[in-house]
Ligand binder design. Sequence first.
Ligand code: FE2
Length: 215
Amino acid sequence: MEMNVDMSYELDPLPYDYDALEPHISEQVLEWHHDTHHQGYVNGWNSAEETLEANRDAGDFSSSGGAIRNVTHNSSGHILHDLFWQNMSPEGGDEPEGALADQIEEDFGSYDAWKGEFEAAASAASGWALLVYDTFSNQLRNVVVDKHDQGAIWGGHPILALDVWGTLLLPRLRPGSWRVRRQLLRGRRLERARDPLRAGRRAVRVTNVDRSVEI
Ligand SMILES: [Fe+2]
């Protein structure tokens, strides 16, 4: 995530081409989701920060409460989408290894138990399913986050983000299947899972969740 010289936030380019996740996510959908939808949160965050700054300069804090809420909502949208793009990869698949695998085993009992719980979180969420590292309890947790900021655990550092809300609303190239594709390092195994909650099934790849487990 980058800030320019005047300290406003900027949208990083995707770490792959717009068509790199086809057929799971179409070029058109990915371009809109990143360039328009995600950009909106970046703009919203910057706008709210400008309001706060102007209010401080003017000594008038009448609109600062709302601007603080806007910072929380839009920053969360930006931060989680930024992680979401990094979590996905055209080479996604397979189970984690190393430190992440050990931590999942310790905190969830097994990879399958984590997987089942994460899918339950995704089914319960109208925003995001997140795997976070809970720095208060020193353990991994799955959490259900509505919108971008409702359901967060304080001290929870997100390491895997699944955009459930966006995924459910966005058109799919293959509406008959929902694939949760995990990279979890650099493997290639394609996982398939049904969406038990919503109408239709969706396609998502979720990758590279181990990148920050050594917090
Ligand atoms: Fe989204």
